[in-house]
Ligand binder design. Structure first.
Ligand code: ZN
Length: 180
């Protein structure tokens, strides 16, 4: 198993549209295992392959507090959504430190394949409904900040770019110190 690098907004690779998975086997199992390790380490309740720069339709979700209810959704589709909406303060491993309200259908039915290619359906509500819709957006190249106003989105973008420059500067200083 290996920890994968999580892309940070506004990395343009987060806007790629993921391709359907057609091959089920050891490679997919390894990807899911690495993604699970990365998600739990972060820690997060969901991770889409897009976020680790793999542009295939694979999503992992575990909204349990005990971290023992992992579901792998391969090629997920929303086959039903409630008219009723809910607003939830969402966060994202690709947008660290930012939380903001997003309105989505309160309940959805998702059809997907498991790691072996078997189809299953699951009725989602509460945090699970929020999480699966958020992760499926990633597969379509959409990050949750795109639901926010352009003003808020720009503020977030600038904040994250500034942090990134800070991290690069720190790394350079550490490298320079190491050479002395
Ligand atoms: Zn996310």
């Amino acid at each position: 198993m290996a920890l994968l690098n999580i892309l940070r907004y506004p990395d343009p690779r987060l806007h790629k549209v993921a391709k359907p998975v057609t091959e089920f086997g050891a490679r997919l199992e390894q990807l899911a295992a690495d993604m699970a390790e990365t998600m739990y380490e972060a820690p997060g309740v969901g991770l889409a392959a897009t976020q680790v720069d793999v542009h295939e339709r694979v999503v992992l979700v575990d909204v349990s507090e005990t971290h023992d209810a992992l579901t792998v959704f391969v090629n997920p589709e929303i086959v039903w959504a409630s008219d009723e909406k809910q607003v939830y303060d969402e966060g994202c491993l690709s947008v660290p430190g930012i939380y903001d309200g997003v309105e989505r259908p309160a309940r959805v039915k998702v059809r997907a394949q498991d790691i072996k290619g078997q189809f299953f359906e699951v009725d989602c509500d509460g945090l699970l409904a929020v999480c699966i819709q958020h992760e499926m957006d990633h597969l379509n190249g959409k990050v949750f900040v795109e639901y926010l106003s352009p003003l808020k989105r720009n503020r977030i973008k600038n904040k994250l770019l500034k942090e990134e420059r800070g991290m690069e500067r720190d790394a350079q200083m550490r490298a320079a110190a190491g050479r002395r």
